[in-house]
Design a protein around this ligand. Structure first.
Ligand code: ZN
Length: 142
């Protein structure tokens, strides 16, 4: 699941899923599934990793062409008779991921804001260097 690996903090310990295929009353193929596991995400409040436990269920119809997909809201296209199950589960997990993952409320704090050093340090250093240069030009010794 390469797309999922891009958005998580570290490799998941495990993802378990079960998918059941069936046909509805009108004979259309459908699938329903459930995926469970734990993913490591970065908390957007404290920037530490945390384990996000998920248990997500999904249902969709299975169609033979992209063209048919537009009719159904949530359809998996199966044009060559095969369905890439890992890809289906990956899509569902990407949808289920929290948009702003954070630890449970009250269990962590935002880190203190760092100023990133004294911004006047380097200009003043160069000012002293310029002064030293000037002093040496006019013959004043330290
Ligand atoms: Zn946190």
């Amino acid at each position: 699941m390469p797309r999922l690996l891009e958005v998580i903090a570290s490799k998941p310990s495990s993802i378990a899923y079960r998918i059941t295929f069936s046909r509805d009353v009108s004979g259309r193929a459908a699938m329903s599934g459930r995926a469970e596991g734990v993913l490591s995400l970065v908390c957007q409040r404290c920037l530490e990793n945390f384990e996000w436990k998920f248990d997500t269920r999904f249902e969709s119809s299975v169609v033979g062409h992209e063209r048919e997909e537009s009719r159904g809201s949530d359809a998996v296209v199966c044009s060559d008779g095969r369905i890439e199950l890992n890809s289906v589960v990956e899509d569902e997990l990407l949808l289920a991921l929290p948009t702003a993952p954070v630890h449970a409320f009250g269990t962590c704090q935002a880190p203190p804001i760092r100023t990133g050093g004294d911004p006047s340090a380097s200009p003043s250093t160069s000012q002293f260097a310029a002064l030293r240069e000037l002093r040496s030009q006019i013959g004043v010794s330290d």
